[in-house]
Design a protein around this ligand. Structure first.
Ligand code: C2E
Ligand code: CA
Ligand code: CA
Length: 412
């Protein structure tokens, strides 16, 4: 949809500022614009019976009467499909928290602009707008929930497999390994992602069976790969539920050795270990896995479930910084500071660090500059079926990724 077809609503109490935004929109080619001086006025315009659907609201935050935050709450409650651009003179940390708040209310936020609003700041955010707006249907996890019997059948028919997502060394661009992410090759629904089955499996005693199949297939894959690339590792996610079985470490070791893979080529990724009642058993399993030579990665580091305390309790070999920090690093100073201090800590603990969720060239450059050892994310590649991964790895131009000769990482 071209900008001339989009309907804009500018919410701003300050007359001069409002005029500036309207003029900027017009300069960008907008033809359908209206305005209000506070949140209440905006709601009345949107909800008027004769009103055409608004596509994008550009709203100030601090306004007399109904402010921008309250407007977001009402828009969320009304389940409107409008997208919002927030414009404010308030500081970056506050804007970031309001953005998170608006998302929690279910609002599609195209972005946040620090005033003054200019065409250069506005244009890329308007481009992000999808004409469909927010999808009011429930999230995929509930829409495609599977029954216990369906999951058991899928497991029995061996329909689950690991997709592999590469992990690159940032300094050299070399492939150092991959994370194995479970996918269900469903006969009718195609490739089903973990959101639709992991939690149900964890709550119904099926997760161990999945872990088994994931470890066995990942080990077999890595065994073939390690034959030509001696240093590579495969990381498999372990549910904390599995870690409460005291025999787990022994069984995993046997399974991996049964595939002729040295445990040093496999890393287990864990989160929320400290929250279980059976913490003793969890620790015994993790310590034994480490003793057998497996790597241990603290996944989603920095989130509520994955805390610093765990680093003192469990012999981790790797820290995986949560995607949320990486996603926000480019525009949020606090996220950058947390990444920096996590990387510094990993360095001093002499464990490796992985930045997960690297999506853009900007993310890559920033994380490299901050000193992350490894990177994983859509910018490099999405998780791929084993065969596709192998082809991708063969074509992978590792020297270019390092950016050593000043060449761009986006060239592959
Ligand atoms: P996770 O362990 O944090 O895995 C990373 C997730 O981020 C994966 O989602 C991956 O596809 C996605 N991702 C990777 N790069 C990017 C990026 O640049 N941007 C964004 N937005 N996302 C990115 P996926 O495959 O849907 O897996 C979701 C979660 O399911 C995993 O999160 C993990 O907790 C769980 N999971 C996956 N496979 C297994 C498994 O075999 N066993 C267990 N217990 N859990 C698993
Ligand atoms: Ca993981
Ligand atoms: Ca993660």
């Amino acid at each position: 949809m071209g900008i001339a077809e989009l309907k804009f609503l500018v919410v701003e109490d300050h007359e001069f500022q409002r005029g500036m935004v309207l003029k900027t929109l017009a300069a960008l080619g907008a033809t359908q614009m209206c305005w209000a001086t506070d949140g209440l006025g905006a709601l009345q315009l949107i909800q008027a019976p004769e009103a055409a659907t608004t596509d994008i609201i550009i709203s100030d935050l601090d306004m007399p009467g109904m402010d921008g935050m309250e407007l977001m709450r009402h828009l969320g409650a009304a389940r409107t499909t409008v997208s919002v651009i927030l414009a404010s003179a308030l500081d970056g940390a506050l804007l970031a928290s309001v953005e998170t708040m608006a998302k929690a209310y279910g609002i599609t936020i195209l972005g946040v602009i620090e005033k003054p609003v200019t065409a250069a700041k506005l244009a890329p955010l308007i481009n992000r707008h999808r004409s469909t707006g927010r999808d009011p249907s429930p999230p995929e996890s509930t829409a495609t929930a599977f029954t216990f019997a369906e999951l058991v059948e899928g497991l029995n028919r061996d329909q689950f497999e690991p997709f592999f997502q590469p992990k690159l060394e940032m300094a050299t661009g070399r492939i150092k390994g991959a994370e194995a992410l479970a996918r269900w090759r469903h006969p009718q629904k195609g490739i089903v992602e973990p959101l639709a089955f992991i939690e149900i499996m964890e709550n119904n005693g099926l997760i161990d069976t999945l872990t088994w199949q994931m470890v066995q297939k990942s080990a077999a894959f890595c065994q073939r790969w390690a034959a030509s690339a001696a240093e590579v590792t495969i990381a498999v996610n372990l549910s904390v539920k599995s870690l409460t079985d005291v025999l787990l470490a022994e069984r995993l070791t046997e399974l991996v050795r049964g595939e002729n893979l040295d445990p040093c080529h496999m890393i287990f990724e864990v989160t929320e270990s400290a929250t279980t009642d059976d913490f003793g058993v969890v620790l015994e399993n993790l310590s034994r896995l480490r003793m057998k030579g497996f790597g241990l990665s603290l996944d989603d580091y920095g989130t509520g479930y994955s805390s610093m305390q765990q680093l003192t309790l469990i012999p981790f070999t790797e820290l995986k910084i949560d995607q949320s920090f990486i996603n926000n690093a480019a525009r949020q100073q606090s996220a950058r500071i947390i990444i920096e201090s996590s990387l510094e800590m990993a360095k001093r603990l002499t464990i490796s660090s992985v930045a997960e969720g690297v999506e853009t060239q900007q993310d890559w450059d920033l994380l490299r500059q901050l000193g992350s050892q490894l990177a994983q994310g859509y910018f490099i590649a999405r998780p791929m079926a084993a065969e596709t991964f192998t082809q991708w790895a063969r074509r992978h131009p590792c020297a270019r990724l390092a950016g050593r000769e000043g060449r761009s990482v986006s060239g592959f």
